[in-house]
Design a protein around this ligand. Sequence first.
Ligand SMILES: *Cc1c(COP(=O)(O)O)cnc(C)c1O
Ligand code: SF4
Length: 386
Amino acid sequence: MDDWKRVLAESITKPKDLAKRLGVDPREVEEVVGPYPMRITPTVLATIKERGDAIWKQVVPDAVEMNDFDAPDDPLEEDTDSPVPHLVHRYPDRVLLMVTNQCPIYCRFCTRKRLVGKPGFLKKGELDQAIAYLREHTEVRDVILSGGDPLLLPDHLIERILKALRTIPHLELIRFGSRVPGTLPQRITPELCEIVKRYHPIYMNLHFNHPDELTPDVKAACGRLADAGVPLGAQTVLLKGVNDDAAVMKRLMHELLLARVKPYYLYQADLTKGTNHFRTSVETGLSIIQSLQGHTSGMAVPHFVIDAPGGGGKIPLLPSDYLLNLDENGAVLKNYENKTYHYPQPDPITPHPGPLPEGNSGRLRELPMVGTSASEGLCSLGAMDE
Ligand SMILES: *Cc1c(COP(=O)(O)O)cnc(C)c1O
Ligand code: SF4
């Protein structure tokens, strides 16, 4: 057996083992793990420092999950936007493909709580159906492998899926959404990295919620993926009692960058039934973004989004304080230090250069320069302007 499969098999899934290791009353979790399974990998278990800490809250079943108000179990209405089984096509040019229901850990706040933990991977016939759909839909240029967690599939199934996807000529990007590097770093084997390398461009967005998750082993696993040429992003869920704190969030973002992972999305928690005790106010997220923007590396600031209930998709939110006024005279702006600045609109009578004459495309550099210096040469000049 592969080493990572042995490690995964050592995870805690039974209430009596949880009781032994963490001293909880097994009767408290027994009724919860029926509908909502538990799995805690050795890496995650070792990171728990005390009862109720940020790691504990994410993985230890809690009786309140059973007493949630009458919330929807599919608030994002993913089932509605599913043209063929396991495929969600909501946005114009990209789709989600859920290739397994298995995860290395079962996060208590999971949006797909209704699905995860059920046995089974995507079946051969279902993959064929998804591939046929994608082949027909030439507008799709980006596929996100999700689940569950796609990196829990055995190597040969990952390769089968990647190979099938790469037979579709119009498909440009393949992305993985995964919590595996942060919870089961042993899974990121040299063999897996070799497979992934053969199907670039492949991107991965890794799920991390707390700085303590970035152990040396986890950082090394991220490094192996980065060395295989995979650009790594992070997705973080804003969770009450876990990371709803500016200092914790800043530490997380810094640890991610140290692990060569670029923060991508910070999600407001969804309304999913059984998870509402994790929700924070929307203001909490906005004020966390405000505490990062300008105060630390811009690389460390994720996009804060709400995945709109009812299937509206991800909607970005920015603190409203930055743009004080915008009209034909320009923008009145406030920076991170609360200082006010004015940015004038361009002169309306500046003529647009218009289209290039026929056969002149090679002489682009001879065109007169237009626009303000702020919009040009961002690659180097922007940084030297200061
Ligand atoms: C998040 C998501 C995507 C990807 O969105 P990006 O903003 O491109 O990362 C695609 N489809 C669905 C259904 C999603 O929820
Ligand atoms: S790893 Fe992702 S899909 Fe799996 S339980 Fe956690 S949040 Fe849900």
